[in-house]
Design a protein around this ligand. Structure first.
Ligand code: SAM
Length: 233
């Protein structure tokens, strides 16, 4: 059962990413010129996407991957080019529509199936890997662990996701919230210390089959986020 804090935050995020932030995300995730601050965010995001993709096996042929909170779809498209069958889901129908438009290209042996909705929807089926880039950073740590636990129950090999490390709150605030004028700010980011998050995950009984593996913090200008890989024991 989703918690009230999860449902409330999910509603705010849907509103934000389907309305307020659409134009800014469209531009940030394109090749269009952006200002100096956003350029650092774009570069940081490129590095983070490469990091998460690097945590997956090189050959993804036949692997079923969930891109949980796919936004405009860049990670899903790259995974499909490496042979994966990707289910790419996001709360924002506008961003999913844009992802779909941008994906009208050859995926080689791979494929992307775009969906609008909640990443926890059990109808999405089972996966070999789940990737969630910057889509859990707005949820409270307890909800993040619940989401991971829900996804873990349907995942065979690995879960790779990012969280906002509790170190440089100002930089993190700027990373996403600062992209937009005051009043149009994103729902708050929920920074968490990496040790505290890892401890929560490792002491969660439903996650006892999982261990934390690689982690990497990416900090470029106004972008700070940390990748974490969970694998089955
Ligand atoms: C910061 S954006 C990142 C998008 C994409 N992963 C990327 O890195 O370009 C976060 C995305 O997560 C989506 N999101 C947040 N909570 C979600 C949920 N419970 N189910 C599906 N999508 C979610 C938002 O709608 C938003 O598009």
């Amino acid at each position: 059962m989703p918690t009230l804090t999860y449902i409330e935050r999910r509603g705010q995020l849907e509103d934000y990413f389907d309305r307020t932030a659409v134009e800014a995300w469209k531009r940030l995730t394109s090749d269009a010129p952006v200002g100096r601050i956003r350029a650092t965010v774009r570069e940081g995001r490129n590095q983070m996407r490469a990091t998460l993709l690097d945590y997956l096996p090189r050959d993804l042929t036949g692997r079923r991957i969930l891109d949980a909170g796919c936004g405009t779809g860049a990670l899903a498209i790259e995974a499909a080019r490496r042979g994966a069958h990707v289910i790419a889901i996001d709360l924002s129908s506008t961003l999913v529509g844009l992802a779909h438009e941008r994906s009208e290209m050859d995926f080689g042996r791979g494929h992307v199936e775009f969906r609008v909705g909640d990443m926890l929807d059990p109808q999405l089926g089972r996966f070999d890997h789940v990737v969630a880039m910057d889509s859990l950073i707005h949820y409270k740590a307890a909800d993040v662990v619940r989401v991971l636990s829900g996804l873990a129950a349907r995942t065979r090999d690995s879960l790779v996701f990012t969280f906002a490390p509790r170190t440089t709150p100002l930089a993190i605030m700027h990373a996403v919230g600062g992209l937009f004028p005051r009043g149009n700010r994103a729902p708050a980011i929920e920074p968490v210390a990496s040790d505290a998050l890892i401890e929560r995950i490792e002491t969660e009984t439903t996650m006892s089959a999982w261990i934390t593996a690689r982690t990497r913090r990416v900090g470029v200008g106004f972008y700070t986020s940390q990748a974490l890989e969970l694998i089955r024991r």
